[in-house]
Design a protein around this ligand. Structure first.
Ligand code: DGJ
Length: 379
């Protein structure tokens, strides 16, 4: 009798201590069905929060290796809670009837991001653009605009950043004749690449026609000034450029950081203490590598590298993912989500998403793997 009494008392107590988790959560690396039951198709994506709704924009991929090029455009989803996403269709379509168009079907259109311009009332999308049949040589930035977060976005132009402008931290030798020999090597995840930074002076080479821009992100600061950050100078060096007031082009003010560090997949965020944090990756194609992080008291630097923020099994491969965006959770102080892609280049549509909470510990970033988690983590 005593035994049964113990069970009668303890079972409800145990249930009270460890409540069953109901409701939605994040399951990093697993298929993530949208409201139609279809795995979300928004790779290399980013999030806009507008009027109490999150909008997730990303590369729409198709099956097979053709899916590594843009066959459809940029997909958009909406959500009120970050777990459940409604398929809102294609926000920006590639051009199917003009093979010479900048965003012709078959171009490479990667890492689209959307920001809202309070002054113009327009939604502005930027993306990394490689012109059709040019491999990754064009290294351009594409811009599109819409009156609605759901689109349709209209293509405005594509351009190389900051033609005819020197960065605020250019060195004297950048402005002297371009050296034609490569004297250094960078040995990283892809083996040894020629170092393009100071000996070959890619910055000087591209001064007139504009700088290269590949992996990219956008960041709008508290004062409404927007920045484009991108891998430049043959991926060797990160540039941060201030955009024009309408966010449609460059202001001409920019700076170069992490020379010769071959940072890809850049993303930044800012905490309530006013510290800017950077997360990026090494440069190893579609294969995962160790993430990098850095911090600064001003977006213009100096930026101090803080190492790989990931901790635990597969930390050296960023949990088999590559950063694409850092999402500030609305209504929660200093709550940030690491968003990464688990690329599957043989069948790109299959790529999964790795979303994990970021801890800020003693002014450094820490990211730990979780099989499953939800926003109560930040409480
Ligand atoms: C790594 C980049 O981060 C991706 O966006 C993509 O450009 C691949 N390289 C292509 O190899």
């Amino acid at each position: 009798m005593r035994k049964y009494f113990f069970y009668l008392i303890s079972i409800p107590l145990l249930m009270h201590c460890k409540p069953e988790k109901n409701g939605p959560g994040f399951k990093p690396g697993e298929a993530w069905p949208d409201d139609q039951g279809v795995h979300i198709n928004a790779h290399g994506g980013g999030i806009l929060y507008h009027d109490n709704t999150y909008f997730w924009y990303g590369e729409h991929k198709i099956e097979g290796s053709a899916g590594n090029k843009a066959q459809v455009g940029v997909h958009v989803y909406s959500s009120g809670n970050l777990y459940e996403w409604k398929d809102e269709g294609i926000a920006l379509e590639v051009v199917k009837d003009d093979p010479n168009h900048d965003i012709a079907q078959g171009c490479i259109l990667e890492r689209p991001k959307v920001i809202y311009n309070e002054k113009t009332g327009k939604f502005v999308m930027w993306f990394h653009l490689e012109l059709k049949d040019m491999g990754y040589d064009a290294a351009r930035s594409g811009v599109a605009v819409s009156d609605s977060p759901l689109g349709p976005f209209n293509f405005v132009h594509s351009l190389r950043p900051n033609a005819g402008h020197w960065p605020v931290n250019a060195k004297d030798f950048h402005k002297s004749p371009v050296a034609d020999t490569v004297k250094e090597k960078y040995c990283g995840g892809l083996g040894c690449l020629p170092a393009h930074v100071d000996t070959m002076n890619i910055l000087g080479r591209d001064y007139e026609k504009g700088q290269m821009a590949r992996d990219m992100n956008l960041f709008v600061d508290d004062d409404g000034i927007a920045y484009h950050l991108y891998s430049s100078e043959e991926n060797s060096t990160l540039h941060i450029s201030q955009l024009s007031e309408d966010y449609l082009t460059y202001s001409g003010k920019y700076a170069r950081f992490f020379p010769n560090r071959y940072m890809e997949a850049p993303a930044i965020f800012k905490t309530s203490k006013g510290i800017y944090y950077f997360i990026g990756s090494d440069c190893t194609g579609w294969a995962p590598n160790a993430a990098r992080s850095a911090s600064a008291n001003s977006i213009w630097g100096p930026w101090t590298e803080l190492g790989n923020p990931c901790i635990g099994e597969n930390a050296h491969l960023t949990f088999l993912s590559q950063s694409t965006y850092i999402l500030p959770v609305k209504g929660k102080k200093d709550a940030f989500i690491y968003m990464g892609d688990r690329w599957t280049p043989k069948n790109p549509i299959d790529g999964k998403y790795v979303w994990l909470p970021i801890d800020i510990v003693n002014d450094r970033l820490e990211i730990r793997w979780k099989d499953e988690w939800d926003l109560t983590y930040f409480e």
